[in-house]
Design a protein around this ligand. Structure first.
Ligand SMILES: Cc1cc2nc3c(=O)[nH]c(=O)nc-3n(C[C@H](O)[C@H](O)[C@H](O)COP(=O)(O)OP(=O)(O)OC[C@H]3O[C@@H](n4cnc5c(N)ncnc54)[C@H](O)[C@@H]3O)c2cc1C
Length: 46
């Protein structure tokens, strides 16, 4: 499987980066994948 952009890690940084890129995905025809072993993300506010 091929993607133009692959983000390793779906934590805070990975999700934030993907969301930011996704805003422009349609216009720029981006194809983004996140590689993340967990199917859940736990926000950990102090
Ligand atoms: C208890 C607690 C409270 C916190 N409170 C605050 C707060 O109040 N305010 C604040 O700003 N920050 C807080 N933080 C810190 C904040 O959670 C981290 O700074 C932030 O999550 C770091 O983001 P990250 O994307 O670098 O890492 P993470 O969010 O940890 O994401 C890393 C991801 O990479 C994945 N991963 C690891 N290895 C691999 C691999 N080999 N292949 C693919 N995926 C992989 C993991 O499964 C994980 O989902 C807190 C942290 C903890 C533990």
């Amino acid at each position: 499987m091929k993607h133009r952009i692959v983000i390793v890690g779906g934590g805070t940084a990975g999700i934030t980066t993907a969301a930011s890129l996704q805003k422009h995905a349609a216009a720029r025809n981006l194809d983004i994948a996140i590689i993340e072993p967990s199917d859940k993300h736990y926000n950990q506010p102090g």
